[in-house]
Design a protein around this ligand. Structure first.
Ligand code: ADP
Length: 620
């Protein structure tokens, strides 16, 4: 998150402040030095200006050296009066004894002839060295320059101190001109600083504006918006940086797009895979789970996210994560419950970096339920076939053995024994034929020989045959055959359906035979034919044994028989309904049964049906 930037934290403010301070400090230093220098020069000039000329000095020396004090004082007064310097406020002449000999100030004439009290003058008279100072006079609030110069008279090589001149000059003019200069200077400095500040703001704006734009652009990039471009103002470092940000934006967008495309590709591969895939991090916590995996394990992908794979696969306790990392063969997960069967094979592989560092685990779940079921069914089938063949073969062998042992000579038993072996052989041939036609249908080599048939007619034809059989059987009266009545309940409409007549007749024959076979003597078999808007439904109801509820779902399985002994005694192979189901399904139809144990069963066949408009033969 971007924190809010206050103005005083911004580079903009900082640059402006630094510039302003720099200007101020520079002007301060230059100003201070300049004023100091100016003051020094001014004072120097001032001192030269107020200095008494050597002529005045010499005149004073001459008068001080004179014996006649009175006339000398009068001369000194004249000399002092002649000093015409507006800055000089007071000149006082003192002799070596410290007596004031003259004063330029008219108000101080009474001092003349008295001893001076000024310590500085005494000091100069004592050590003979010039003394100067700058003083401030509180009484008139003015600054003064004071110089006390010793006066020497020279005769030959010797200099003799004859007195000293005390000079006081007002510095007001110097200071006022200095302060004028200072004021001018500082106001110039202030204006310059202001201008500098303005320039600094302009410069810092020129720097911060592109930076600000770049900041905004990078924030947009971070949000995933690559549409903007930073304005490139020039070819300086900032311009190059802006260009670099623009390039970066394009690169990031490209990288983002390619990784997005990669992710989408991976997503679509994962979601279209027929196997379940789970990927985990190196701690074994789920990070990716595709739809198949979530379906197979019946767990929501979002719910599984972050959970340990051991819990997701429900194998905690049986395996540890280390086992999964080290194990390279599959684990069989049996998720079957009472209602449905489900067996998965889980294969594990490591996600490893080049360095060998394990960064995760991939688990591929392959649903082997169907395969297991097929395997089981195949085994069951082989065992069924062997069993079905062994029974007639064993019985045949015992009859043949008996015949071999001499029974062939017995005219009473021999024909009977031979009949049994023939029946068993017939049954085996029937079974083999049934198996062959089933196998052809399984392998898809059995083709339907379709023709458009009027189903009412065909159904009637089949049932007529059963009626005929009844008649011939009774006439024959060789054996007590079962009696039955066939009731027909057909729609009047002609139903033209495209079917393979032979195969379809085989199916109806089989169901009719069963209805008679598993019915009591004299039972009524009701045959119906009706149509819905896109199906024809054919049903055969009997008043027989019915089928126990638990067996209804298996009735169309190969070799399934409710009562094996009974079926076999009736010459059944247990394949009739299985073949019927295959044939009807090849026609795109359905076959099913409704049954109440002890009351009877109804077998239904539905076939897709399309009503033909107009006369059928018109189409040719
Ligand atoms: P089968 O050759 O044994 O008749 P089918 O495949 O035709 O073999 O039938 C399988 C089993 O279904 C039969 O053994 C029988 O137990 C049961 N069955 C079929 N039709 C009927 C029916 N109409 N009434 C009662 N049980 C039936």
């Amino acid at each position: 998150m971007n924190k809010k930037l206050y103005f005083f934290q911004s580079i903009h403010f900082k640059i402006a402040l630094v510039f302003a301070l720099l200007f101020l400090i520079t002007f301060q230093i230059i100003g201070a030095y300049f004023v100091q220098q100016l003051k020094k020069d001014d004072l120097k000039t001032f001192k030269q200006q107020v200095e008494l000329s050597s002529y005045v000095d010499n005149s004073l020396i001459d008068n001080l050296a004179k014996g006649d004090m009175k006339s000398a004082n009068a001369n000194i007064r004249d000399i002092l009066e002649d000093i015409n310097n507006s800055n000089v406020t007071q000149v006082q002449v003192v002799d070596t004894k410290g007596t004031i000999r003259g004063d330029s100030d008219v108000n101080s004439q009474s001092w003349v002839g008295q001893k001076t009290t000024d310590e500085d003058i005494k000091q100069v008279l004592y050590n003979g060295r010039t003394y100067t100072k700058l003083t401030y006079d509180k009484t008139d609030d003015k600054r003064y320059y004071v110089s006390i110069t010793p006066l020497f008279s020279s005769s030959g090589n010797t200099n003799t101190l004859v007195g000293a001149v005390y000079l006081r000059a007002s510095l007001e003019q110097v200071y006022s001109s200095l302060s004028n200069v200072t004021v001018i200077f500082f106001s110039a400095a202030l204006i310059a600083t202001g201008l500098g500040l303005f320039l600094a703001i302009l410069i810092s704006r020129a720097i911060t504006q592109p930076i600000d734009e770049m900041k905004k652009q990078t924030a947009r990039i971070a949000r995933g918006d690559y549409s903007g471009q930073v304005h490139v103002y020039g070819n300086d470092e900032l311009g190059q940086l802006a260009q670099a940000v623009n390039n970066l934006s394009v690169r990031v967008e490209e990288a983002q797009e390619s990784s997005e495309a990669e992710r989408r590709r991976l997503d679509s591969v994962l979601s279209h895979m027929s196997d379940g895939v789970i990927a985990t991090d190196r701690r074994g916590n789920v990070i990716i789970m595709n739809e198949m995996a979530s379906e197979a394990l019946n767990i929501d992908a979002a719910e599984a996210d972050g959970q340990s794979i051991l819990d997701v696969l429900n194998i905690r306790g049986r395996y540890t994560l280390r086992d999964l990392l080290e194990k390279h063969d599959e684990i069989i997960l049996n998720l079957s419950d009472d209602e449905h069967e489900q067996v998965l094979n889980a294969y594990f592989s490591l996600i490893q970096r080049e360095s060998g560092f394990i960064s995760g685990l991939v688990c591929v779940l392959h649903d082997v339920t169907e395969q297991k079921k097929i395997d089981r069914e195949r085994r069951q089938f082989v065992s069924n076939v062997s069993h079905e063949l062994r029974t007639p073969l064993t019985s045949m062998r015992s009859y043949i053995e008996a015949l071999n042992d001499g029974a062939w000579k017995d005219p009473k038993v021999a024909p009977n024994f031979l009949k049994v072996t023939q029946d068993e052989t017939d049954r085996m041939i029937r079974m083999i034929n049934d198996l062959l036609s089933l196998s052809r249908m399984d392998s898809g080599t059995s083709k339907l020989d379709l023709e458009l048939v009027n189903l009412n007619e065909l159904y009637n034809y089949i049932l007529d045959r059963f009626d005929m059989m009844l008649k011939t059987d009774t006439n024959d009266n060789k054996k007590a055959k079962k009696n039955y009545t066939i009731k027909r309940d057909f729609t009047r409409r002609e139903l033209w359906v495209e079917i393979d007549t032979d195969k379809f007749m085989q199916v109806v024959d089989n169901i009719m035979n069963n209805a008679i076979k598993y019915s009591p003597d004299g039972g009524v078999v009701t045959c119906r034919l009706l149509e819905t808007h896109n199906h024809v439904i054919l049903s055969i109801s009997d008043q027989g044994l019915g089928i126990p509820k638990k067996d209804v779902s298996h009735i169309f399985d190969r070799f399934f028989r409710v009562d094996k002994a009974r079926s076999r005694a009736q010459g059944g192979t247990g394949l009739g309904l299985a073949i019927s189901k295959e044939v009807i399904e090849l026609h795109g139809g359905k076959i099913w049964v409704d049954s109440i144990e002890g009351k009877g069963s109804t077998f239904y066949i539905s076939l897709p049906y399309e009503e033909y408009e107009g006369d059928l033969w018109d189409e040719n």
